[in-house]
Every structure is written in C-alpha cells, then in structure tokens.
Design a protein around this ligand. Sequence first.
Ligand code: SF4
Ligand code: SF4
Length: 175
Amino acid sequence: MGMLKVDFEFRKEIVKDDFSLNYCYQCGTCSSACPVALITEGEYNPRKIIEESLLGLKELLIKDQKPNVWLCSTCQMCVEECPQNVFLTEIFDNLKNKIVQTGNYPEAYNVQGNAILEYGLAIPLTTPIIRRRQQLGLPSIESANIEEIGKLLEATNFEKKINTNGYSKTEKGGM
Ligand code: SF4
Ligand code: SF4
C-alpha cells in the first residue's frame, strides 16, 4: 500500500452528506457492538470506516474498500450504541452510493437490482420459499405491483445505475 493521502475535499463531501460524522471521537463502541466485526474477528470494523471518512481516505474507502463497507448488514446496533449519535449506516449508505458510481461493487447487488426490475422484489418468491412459508404457517405474500415499482425505478434512473448486461427479462410468471 502506498502512502495514505488525506483528501480534504472528499472528507467535506462525506460530511455534507451526513454532518454527524464530525461528532465521532473514535471510542470504538460501534465496533464492540457490531456482530459482523465479531464474526470476521475485526477484519470488518465500522470505527475504522468512520476514521477513514474523517480523514477523507478516498482510495481506501472507495477503491480498495478496506474495510469492506458492503459487509455491513445494516442491523443498526452501532447506531443504537454510539454515544455521539453518529449515523453510521447513513454514512455507509452514502459511501456505497459513491462506490456504485465507480461500478466496483459486489455482483450480488446487480442480481438483486435486476430481480427488482423484473419482479419488483429483491428476492423473488420461488416455489420452495412459498412452500416453506406455508409449512411454517406464515401468511402468503402479495406479489409486488411491478408497474408501480417500474415507474419509481424509471423516475430514479435505477436501470442506468446498475449493470443489466447479461441479464434478460424472463417470461413473467416463470419464476
Ligand atoms: S461509537 Fe460513535 S463515537 Fe464511538 S467510534 Fe463509533 S462512531 Fe465514533
Ligand atoms: S449496522 Fe453494520 S456496522 Fe453497524 S453494527 Fe450492524 S453490521 Fe455492524
């Protein structure tokens, strides 16, 4: 790894998206509360992502993705525990949006994005899922209003933001 370069402009950008970043005093409570930090034995570390954000370390955050912000499960434990009311998950969402603009994001999000375009659901209801829900006595799920969702996705330019290469719409009802 080359010498780290503090990028004040990038830091300003992150703060503009969410001012609560400035309140962090690096106590580490977020990392202690984080279940992903626990199971990855500290490889994933929310405090570190916040530190890198405070220093505007763009290359580490956006290009190298160390720690990998996509590992956050958005469980909100860190947000609940943070003594300074830093909105970590909002800051992470903003970082993810910046990463998406570079195209260097996990393939799983393309798969989910394409499923939303096609079925209006990130995880389409397959026969095994429906059967399992019935076995567990769970209520059936209404299928999504694809037309309505399609309008929202069009208004937000969603299709242009994700990679639809290699995906083709299957026959409706073929799931
Ligand atoms: S818990 Fe809050 S103040 Fe402490 S390191 Fe994490 S974000 Fe910063
Ligand atoms: S929201 Fe993300 S960073 Fe915060 S505790 Fe949950 S997994 Fe960890």
